[in-house]
Write a protein that binds this ligand. Sequence first.
Ligand code: WT7
Length: 653
Amino acid sequence: MTEQPTGHDAIDSFSNENRTFPPPAEFAAAARVSDGSLAAEADSDPEAFWARQARELIDWQVPFESVLSWDLPNARWFDGGRLNVAENCLDRHVRAGLGDRVAIHWEGEPGDTRTISYSDLLDEVSRFSNVLRSLGVGRGDRVNIYLPMIPEAAVAMLACARIGAVHSVVFGGFSSQSLIDRINDAEAKMLITADGGYRRGEVFPLKPAADEALGATPSIENVVVVRRGGNPVDMVEGRDHWYHDLMEGASVDCPPEPMESEDLLFLLYTSGTTGKPKGIMHTTAGYLTHVTYTHRYVFDLRPESDVYWCTADVGWITGHSYIVYGPLSNGCTQVMYEGVPNHPGNDRFWDIVERYGVTIFYTAPTAIRTFMKWGAEEPARHDLSSLRLLGTVGEPINPEAWMWYHEHIGGERCPIVDTWWQTETGGIMISPLPGSTTTKPGSATFPLPGVGMEVVDDEANRVEHGGGYLTLTRPWPGMLRGIWGDPERFRETYWSRFPGRYFAGDGARLDDDGYVWFLGRVDDVMNVSGHRISTTEVESALVSHPSVAEAAVVGASDATTGQAIFAYVIARGGAEVDVDALRAHVANEIGAIAKPKAIFVTPDLPKTRSGKIMRRLLRDVAEGRNLGDTTTLADASVVGELQRRASEASSED
Ligand code: WT7
């Protein structure tokens, strides 16, 4: 290899995607933003811009006095203000005469449905707020929520917000050990759970898992149990209460608690590089401003006519910000679905889109690649003409998946917003504005108006073109306010690598037009013969081959080249994978430097329950190491199969 990396290319980046998609004229003509005026306003005075959003989008009991105080890494937004998040999500819409508008079209996996208006939701939340108070929960107390995707999950979160309690939602797919760790770290007083929920046509038990945890969580005083699965459960006298029993006698009268702007709204635990999950802290006014603003502008929301659907689970930040708080604060109508996309058939999502007339659809790239695997005939069986805007979140989307989404779901007429953000950022940070941004398949495009972003190299020099590390250059309203109980870890994790900047942990490339291309987490960046290559780029090349449905790439240590590229691929429905042809294909797409040393064809990939590929685990398999805890794997047996194949391959060498 004679070619040297040039200039500030902290991460060498080879691929080039040249297709562009300007906003369709008709869409742009009716859009909330169709030019650069919002960005120009924000650039000229970011704080004044955010203050305007806070004043216009939020109802205040007492107006704020200052916009921002910033003493790195501690930000305070909208000090002096008083407000209540639940009041903004519910009461104000009912007061405005919109009580009959549908807030949630809920659909259970077995096909049962509930239609919940804003008035209904306000009543239910108010009653549950009184229930919480009657069980001794008050301002600042932590409440753990461990529920399936049922309306009571939103009710529980909003009831906490209404009385000033702090919720900590734990995804229903997490084990009882994860629940123990999170309850104990937050010292939660109450647990809200369900008997069980529906998944893949069966009831998965939750209360029994909670019971396993409850022996080791001394702070929990009361447990509230929603009946959903109908599965048998043990109820401990005096500690465990049925939700429906408590609600029966509860009053609908519960004035919202006046909260300070910087009062804690919720904790949400996320994994870091150590084994101990971090309790990410989000507060009241800045968070609400950020999610209301982004939900309105990124999704070009028309609350009076849109039917919005985000397929995330409320257990993740996407569910917090773009199922519960953003959409309800904006007063829109949404679909909430309990189950998996392939029950009873592979077209369940498209059936839902058709029946409810969904106009805005927000999902994850991993889901889109799964739909590709199932085939375009599934969406083709349904009328998807109600859709007008599509979104993605969670990982970089490879251009092939983007194009498939554009063609087979969006009917080539819907703009796609590829939204980059994190649990820590609270809301969307980098994304197209669908009425004004020309998109490129696979690029999250530009920072939103109000957001300061720069790509930097190892020495923190700004990169104008090419690869580097993504940093955020100024505080934003929805930013995390810390890690629960660990201010030092907060500073160290996010604010120490590049002085004065927030470091997101992601590699990114800026192309010649200034578009942002995410390259994956920097700990997923490989170094082969002195070249740093993004795992994501190699994966994207692999899945652009017609025989490949899904791919995961890791850098495993190699005596000659430092790291060598190992790839694990899933064949696309029925296709034969020719490993040598695939290696040549990658060489062709990216360059010989990116050619995987070994490719394993596998029936499945180890993923966390949130759908992220567990690269560290794959690296361990590639390097023949013992595996540690795999309890968060979606399917732990996948690992055994991978190990078997890897050792077969190495004994063939
Ligand atoms: C990490 C954050 C944001 C809610 C869901 C994930 C990756 C997220 C994108 C995107 C490329 C993305 C990043 C980020 N990521 N969205 N549009 N393009 N990468 O939240 O679990 O906190 O993960 O997800 O690597 O750092 P999270």
